[in-house]
Every structure is written in structure tokens, then in C-alpha cells.
Design a binder for this molecule. Structure first.
Ligand code: NG6
Ligand code: CA
Length: 508
């Protein structure tokens, strides 16, 4: 009797050990920028083909009701990395390129969870979460705090977005290629002495802006923000994909050298404006530079997959592919996105209404694919409601890492839904549009708080979903949010309103 008991204890001990060895896969998050629900062929696009991402879907699990937390960049990135809703913290909306770090350095973050579990962690690509804690930032020395202080051992980033100064790369928080004889400075309030601006020099521009983007010029493209110096450190847009791919693979190699599993947050810069893909992609799609940027993004995914294959890592790497917010056609430059979409009846948000900036489903319902050989069943689809904010708690669960009990978090463990083992939807999710009029989704119902914003965001020609009245939609029957049933179901409105309030008040 005693012997069998001991044996069974030993067996369960060894199977736990085996599990923990098995369950320490490399983790790669491919996080694209402004890619809509309808922008991939595996999500129904026909005017464009994305074979590498489709491969992930064919060999993994594709979600139909996955959400980023905001319909713009900074809030979604803040939430995926910190496990907290961005609206809990002031100053976390779309950031200028000279903003300071928004994620507190003393909280648990997604990369810190991996570090605690013995991983080497890296951030490559777009950052847009602020850097440093001084104003102005001194770009001529290491800028801290930054990715390192929130849990990334390695970083190769650009500070904000491709359309914002400073238009330079930073490796481990130091500007790459900056010469001491040409120190750099960045401003968002006024141009520097002798700085040539897009608004005064249209003849210098290879791509004109439709709105904004008429300040600093680099590579023949007007940007938001001003910059002086650092001339030789400034990037060429056509090189961004190649540069980031190379650095992402370099980081993977470093993890092999250090004999550690890796966690790589690869924030692919495509398909955000200015869409100026590498020369081999120009003119290759039917959809102007926006489509070409999708091809470049898909190619980047292919390059990374190939690198994993060559290194024998495909079987032990969990890959997530997703986007930070919904799509926009005209986000400030004449790049033929609007015209070609009309010609091809192209719907970047799929069947959903709205897009980037909006509170409608097109704003936060995004592609989300999980690939994990031998663990996630190939060619499967999940209709479970999930949110990127849960990655932190879910991976903590996978790694057997406890999140500190006395620390606040919005992140919840849905690991078994993420891997398709279960089909359980999140209890509810909160969506944050450009103007902070929050929406809450629960059991197929969606409630949108009243707000004063315009119903149509004119510059970008996107329906916002804002209304002065309460809005309630039954997403299952009315996925396009056309039929406001708030008056018909006042108890539902009250229930969701109260849940939203309760969640807002759960952290002061
Ligand atoms: C807007 C920009 C837009 C884009 C966006 C941020 C103008 C007129 N528009 O203010 O081009 O940069 O901010 O996008 O300047 S995000 O994906 O990083 O949130
Ligand atoms: Ca974005």
C-alpha cells in the first residue's frame, strides 16, 4: 500500500517535471500595427494574399472574437505589456515621440513574468510607450527608464511611430549610429532653427500628406514633430522591415547562445503610415502602398518562421500573431489606399463597422492566431471572446509563476482558451476608443457609454460609434451594431453600466 502511494507521488512528481520542461516553450508575439480584421486572406480578404500568416492559421488556432484593448496604439500596447487598462492612467493615449515612459517600472509586466521564469526577453520594432523620465529627453545618451526597466533584457526599437520624430533606431536605449559631432534634439512644440518643414517644402516630398504630417522631413516624407541633428542616424523607411527582422533573429540567436528560452515581443512597424515598404514590395499588391505594406508584413512573418525552422525551434515556439488596433485607409498620406479599396470593394475591417479610433467592433476586433506545434490543434477556429490584456496572467499560468497577490492587475488567466483546450469566453471585455468613451462586452451584448464625439471622424472617414445616448447592441444578432436596443432592454444597460463602473472603481 505504502509502496504504491510512494510510487504514485514519484510518478506525479516526474510528470510535473516533464510538463514544466515541455511547457517552457519560446514565446513569440508578432504584433502588427493598424491591421484590420479583414486584412488577411485567412480572415476572408480576397484582394490580398498573406500566405505566411495563413500558414500559422492553417497550422494553429484562429480566433474570431479577439480584441485589443484600445482602438489606437499606445493604450493597446500599454495593456498587453502591463496587464492594466490604459484608461486607468492619465497620459496613455497616442503619445508624441518625446513622451516619457508610461508603464510604471515597479509593477509586474508581461516580460517580467517571463524573466522570472528564466527567459531571455526582447522587444523589437515599434515602441510608442514613452522613454526616460526627463523633459526634454536627452537623446545623446542612454535613455532610461525604457524597455529594460519594464522587463526586456534586450531592445531594438524606434521610439514612437513611423510618422513621428525621432526617426531613429535605438538599441538597448541608445540611438544607433548617432555621431557626437551631430547631437540630436526633438521637439513637438516648435521647429528648430533652419529645419526644413513639409508644409513649406512640398517639392521635397515623395509622398504628400492628406492631413497633418507636414513637419520634420526625412526620406522625402513629412512627419509629426520636429527634430534636429542625428542626420546619419535617421532611418530610411524602406529598410525598416529588413532591419527589424535582422535584429529579431539576432535576439533569437542570442537566446540560443545563452541557453535560455526566449520571449520576443516583435512589434512589426507595418502597416502603419507612412506606408513606404521595401522596394521589392512596391506596386506588388492591388491595394497601393497599404497593400504592399501588408505583403511586406507577411514576408517578415515568413522570414521569422524560416529562421525558427533553420534553428530547429518551430516545435518548441508558441507564436501569437495579432494587431494593436483596427484598420484605417487614409491615416494622413496619399498612398492610394482609399482609391484602391473602392475599386476592389475592399473591407479592411471585414464585416464590422468602424475601424481605428472608433468604439465600434472594427476598432478592437482584430486578427489573433495562436500556433504551437503539438499543443494547439491545427486548422482550428475559436469563437471565444478573448482580450490581449489577459496574456500576462495566462502566460504566468503556463509558467507556474504566481502574480503577486497584493498587486493590482486587470489580467486574467485564459490560457486554456488561448490554446484551444477549452472554449471559455472571458467574463467581459472593455474597449477603449480614441476619445475614451468606453464600451463593455459581455455574453454577446455590447454597451457603449454616451459621449460628445462626432459620429464620423472626418479626416480618416471612419464611423466612430460615438453617440450622446446610451447604446446597446446584441452582437450575436447584430454584429454591425446597427440596431440600438438600449431602450428595449433597460435592465441590460443598467447591468453593463454597473459592471463597467465597478471595474473602473476596482483600482484607485
Ligand atoms: C494620429 C495621426 C495618425 C497616426 C495616429 C497614431 C495625424 C493627423 N494623425 O494623430 O497619422 O499617427 O495618430 O496611430 O497626425 S497609432 O496607431 O500609433 O495609434
Ligand atoms: Ca496602431
Amino acid at each position: 500500500m505504502k509502496k504504491t502511494f510512494l510510487l504514485s507521488i514519484l510518478l506525479s512528481f516526474f510528470s510535473a517535471l516533464q510538463l514544466s520542461a515541455q511547457r517552457k516553450p519560446n514565446v513569440l508575439i508578432l504584433y502588427t500595427d493598424d491591421l484590420g480584421y479583414g486584412d488577411l486572406s485567412c480572415y476572408g480578404a480576397t484582394a490580398i494574399s498573406t500566405p505566411h500568416i495563413d500558414w500559422l492559421a492553417q497550422n494553429g488556432l484562429r480566433f474570431t472574437d479577439a480584441h485589443c484593448t484600445g482602438s489606437t496604439c499606445t493604450p493597446s500596447r500599454f495593456s498587453i505589456l502591463s496587464g492594466r487598462y490604459a484608461w486607468r492612467k492619465k497620459g496613455t493615449n497616442i503619445l508624441p515621440g518625446n513622451a516619457n515612459l508610461t508603464i510604471p517600472t515597479d509593477i509586474t509586466t508581461l516580460p517580467k513574468v517571463f524573466q522570472r521564469a528564466g527567459y531571455l526577453t526582447g522587444a523589437v520594432g515599434k515602441w510608442h510607450l514613452g522613454l526616460g523620465n526627463t523633459f526634454p529627453i536627452n537623446w545623446n545618451e542612454e535613455v532610461s527608464p525604457g524597455p529594460r526597466e519594464i522587463g526586456f533584457n534586450y531592445s531594438f526599437i524606434f521610439p514612437a511611430t513611423a510618422d513621428r520624430t525621432p526617426t531613429v533606431f535605438m538599441e538597448n536605449q541608445v540611438v544607433v549610429g548617432l555621431e557626437t559631432s551631430d547631437p540630436m534634439a526633438v521637439s513637438y512644440s516648435r521647429p528648430f532653427n533652419k529645419e526644413l518643414l513639409g508644409k513649406d517644402h512640398p517639392e521635397m516630398l515623395k509622398m504628400k500628406s492628406t492631413h497633418g504630417h507636414d513637419q520634420h522631413i526625412v526620406n522625402g516624407i513629412g512627419r509629426i514633430g520636429y527634430m534636429q541633428g542625428g542626420k546619419r542616424a535617421e532611418w530610411t523607411d524602406e529598410e525598416l522591415g529588413f532591419t527589424f527582422n535582422t535584429k529579431a533573429i539576432g535576439f533569437i540567436d542570442e537566446s540560443i547562445k545563452e541557453k535560455k528560452p526566449f520571449f520576443l515581443y516583435y512589434a512589426i512597424h507595418d502597416i502603419h503610415v507612412p506606408r513606404m515598404p521595401g522596394s521589392i514590395f512596391k506596386g506588388k499588391s492591388k491595394l497601393g502602398y497599404r497593400g504592399d505594406a501588408i505583403l511586406e508584413m507577411d514576408h517578415s512573418v515568413g522570414v521569422i518562421l524560416e529562421a525558427l525552422k533553420e534553428r530547429g525551434l518551430m516545435d518548441n515556439t508558441l507564436i501569437i500573431f495579432s494587431s494593436d488596433n483596427g484598420p484605417v485607409l487614409d491615416d494622413g498620406y496619399f498612398d492610394k489606399a482609399v482609391k484602391t479599396a473602392v475599386v476592389h470593394d475592399y473591407k479592411p475591417a471585414g464585416i464590422y463597422r468602424g475601424g481605428k479610433y472608433s468604439v465600434l467592433e472594427g476598432g478592437t476586433r482584430i486578427p489573433f492566431i495562436v500556433y504551437w506545434a503539438n499543443e494547439v490543434s491545427p486548422n482550428t477556429v475559436s469563437n471565444a471572446l478573448i482580450t490581449q490584456i489577459d496574456l500576462m496572467a495566462s502566460f504566468a499560468k503556463m509558467l507556474n509563476e504566481k502574480l503577486p497577490e497584493n498587486e493590482f492587475t486587470d489580467s486574467r488567466d485564459y490560457f486554456s482558451t488561448l490554446t484551444g483546450e477549452k472554449d471559455i469566453s472571458r467574463d467581459f471585455i472593455i474597449e477603449q476608443p480614441g476619445n475614451n468613451a468606453l464600451a463593455i462586452v459581455k455574453d454577446g451584448w455590447k454597451y457603449i457609454t454616451p459621449s460628445n464625439g462626432p459620429a464620423l471622424l472626418k479626416d480618416v472617414n471612419i464611423e466612430s460609434g460615438y453617440s450622446k445616448a446610451d447604446q446597446l447592441y446584441h452582437l450575436k444578432d447584430d454584429p454591425r451594431e446597427l440596431n440600438n436596443v438600449a431602450k428595449k432592454y433597460p435592465e441590460k444597460v443598467l447591468e453593463l453600466k454597473n459592471l463597467l463602473k465597478k471595474t473602473e472603481n476596482s483600482y484607485k
